[in-house]
Ligand binder design. Structure first.
Ligand SMILES: *Cc1c(COP(=O)(O)O)cnc(C)c1O
Length: 405
């Protein structure tokens, strides 16, 4: 008898196409990294491909100390939850802390989806992990693509949900990665008041009649999409810190089937700490806690997250700077002759359509500037993470020289 690994591995796992991380082709992480060995990979790279905050947290946060590691960490991360509870105005038993939001994504499948039977809806182009996690859990993905303006195809979603009772999860990423736009507005009323206020009006100013109609329309949309759906609606708010729009956390009271995801990986500058959150009803959070590995968030990460959350003002000022950089980058990109269109963004990245994305991508890579080629999802597009002012300038300098090269 000869051993055959394939015979003992679940078919869905054997067939699994792994998530390709933004920089799997670059040698950054020592000898086990799958990157090609080359002279070029030894150079200092400018990393504008994975939507991180470019600032080093150690530079401003003296509380990032090394904790004792002889004890197991708090399995329910109570210190983190207490700070979040206060900052987000939500009770601690409505918060799950995970090993990245990627853990929450996987747990949603494991909790709600029967392998080989159930299905979920995704709205591509969107974040790749929804599909990869579905494949790992042997759950079918029904794709209802965004329209050409990158908006939700609400009619089509409602139709699929009505026709097919096996749909358990609806994935909505907002602001959406990689398009950068808001897909669904949580609370227009709040947004309108806030906008008015910044323009010098009063916080409780009455709204005009046209706005009243828009408000009604949005309420109807939410009630259709979330209120009348028997499954779970997941709103992934990984980029929430970069938009003025209200978070869906404010709607958890209205919708018991709503789950909101956020992360420390983007605005908070802690991608390396692998920590993300799910916010939901306390019943759903109890299911998360029951299903997760007991010590899912390690002590080093918990300490780093607590320190960063206590220092939230620093994060906010970095976010403001990144938003300024984003607006400059958008304006600069629009000046380039080979850039066909730059999509509006409410995140810390910018998607642009260019004449030959792969050529531009390779050109930048040869100059050690790493961006994300999104052409497999949307033809001839590149996604630029908004870096520091200096990094943005280096990027623009290289792009301006592109046509002459
Ligand atoms: C980056 C990103 C995440 C973050 O995942 P973590 O596991 O928390 O690092 C989640 N969702 C989207 C859409 C993202 O772009």
């Amino acid at each position: 008898m000869s051993f055959n690994l394939k015979n003992i591995v679940r078919k869905n796992i054997w067939d699994l196409k792994a998530y390709s991380s933004a920089r799997s082709e670059f040698k950054l992480y020592g000898d086990v990294s799958p990157a090609r060995e080359s002279a070029e990979s030894k150079k200092e790279l400018t990393l504008l491909d994975a939507n991180e905050n470019p600032n080093d947290p150690k530079a401003h946060n003296s509380e990032l100390i090394t904790p004792n590691l002889n004890r197991y960490p708090d399995p329910l991360q109570s210190e983190i939850k207490e700070i979040l509870s206060e900052q987000k105005g939500i009770s601690t038993d409505q918060i799950f802390v995970g090993n990245g939001s990627d853990e929450a994504i996987d747990l949603l499948y494991r909790i709600f989806c029967e392998p080989e039977k159930d299905s979920v809806i995704t709205c591509p182009p969107t974040y790749g992990m929804y599909e990869v996690s579905a494949a790992i859990n042997d759950v079918k993905v029904i794709e209802v693509p965004l329209n050409e303006r990158f908006e939700l195809n609400v009619k089509q979603i409602l139709k699929r949900v009505q026709d097919d009772k096996s749909v358990k999860l609806l994935w909505i990423c907002s602001p959406n990665n990689p398009t950068g736009n808001i897909l669904l507005k949580a609370d227009l009323e709040h947004d309108w008041q806030a906008e008015n206020y910044t323009k010098g009006g009063m916080m409780d100013m009455p709204y005009n009649p046209e706005f009243e109609a828009e408000l009604k329309e949005n309420k109807k949309l939410m009630d259709q999409l979330i209120g009348r759906f028997d499954g779970i609606v997941v709103v992934d708010e990984a980029y929430q810190d970069f938009t003025e729009n209200q978070s869906f956390i404010s709607r958890l009271e209205d919708y018991p089937n709503l789950v909101v995801l956020q992360t420390m990986s983007k605005a908070h500058g802690l991608a390396g700490a692998r920590t993300g959150f799910a916010f939901a009803s306390k019943e759903i959070i109890a299911l998360f806690n029951k299903t997760k590995p007991p010590y899912n968030v390690n002590e080093l990460s918990q300490k780093a997250v607590v320190a960063a959350l206590k220092n939230i003002d620093k994060t906010r000022s970095q976010v403001e700077e990144l938003i300024d950089n984003r607006e400059i980058l958008i304006a600069d990109l629009q000046q380039l002759s080979f850039v066909k269109q730059v999509f509006p963004s409410e995140a810390n990245f910018v998607l642009a359509e260019v004449e030959d994305a792969t050529a531009v991508y390779n050109y930048l890579k040869d100059k050690s500037l790493i961006v994300r080629n999104r052409s497999s999802q949307i033809q001839n597009t590149l996604r630029f993470t908004v870096g520091t002012r200096k990094e943005c300038e280096a990027l623009m300098e290289a792009l301006k020289e592109y046509k002459n090269s």
